[in-house]
Write a new protein. Structure first.
Length: 154
């Protein structure tokens, strides 16, 4: 099983910091205009959100694994709820590579696999280097085409 690039922890950590700041500002605004309980509550809420968010990012990194197998893409992930996903190549519609601003700053990319079906119709593999993401995208595309031609031959 392949692990994600360790820099993905920083990307998830940025999300935790952003959430903590927004939550702190909201609590401070509520305190200022409605509650009157003290600014220290906003700071405590933001600090707690930051600690929980960073811990969640570290645990999330430790549990995230994926593998390209003969007939499918297999993913294991989840901190509180473990999720094992199998994406048969015959179900793959198309594959994208994405790079958001935080990912670009950290030299990371994600691969998104769109599948046929209504529930959970796309699967995302985050925390890859751009080169690894491009290679994975091309490999999945090629395997999806091969499995489609194999299915047509049957």
């Amino acid at each position: 099983m392949e692990a994600l690039n360790p820099r993905v922890r920083l990307a998830w950590g940025v999300g935790a910091v952003t959430t903590a700041v927004v939550l702190g500002v909201v609590v401070a605004a509520l305190d200022r205009f409605a509650l009157g309980i003290g600014l220290w509550v906003a700071v405590a809420v933001a600090a707690a959100a930051l600690v929980l968010g960073v811990a969640f990012a570290v645990l999330r990194y430790r549990t995230w694994r994926f593998e390209v197998r003969e007939d499918d893409l297999y993913l294991e992930r989840g901190v509180l709820t473990r999720v094992n996903t199998v994406v048969p190549f015959v179900r793959v519609q198309h594959v994208d590579t994405q790079r958001g601003p935080v990912e670009r700053a950290l030299g990371l990319a994600s691969v998104v696999v769109y599948t046929a079906g209504s529930r959970g119709a796309d699967v995302r593999v985050p925390g890859l280097t751009p080169e690894r993401a491009d290679d994975l995208q091309e490999r999945l595309r090629r395997l999806a085409i091969e499995s489609e031609s194999d299915a047509d031959a049957v």
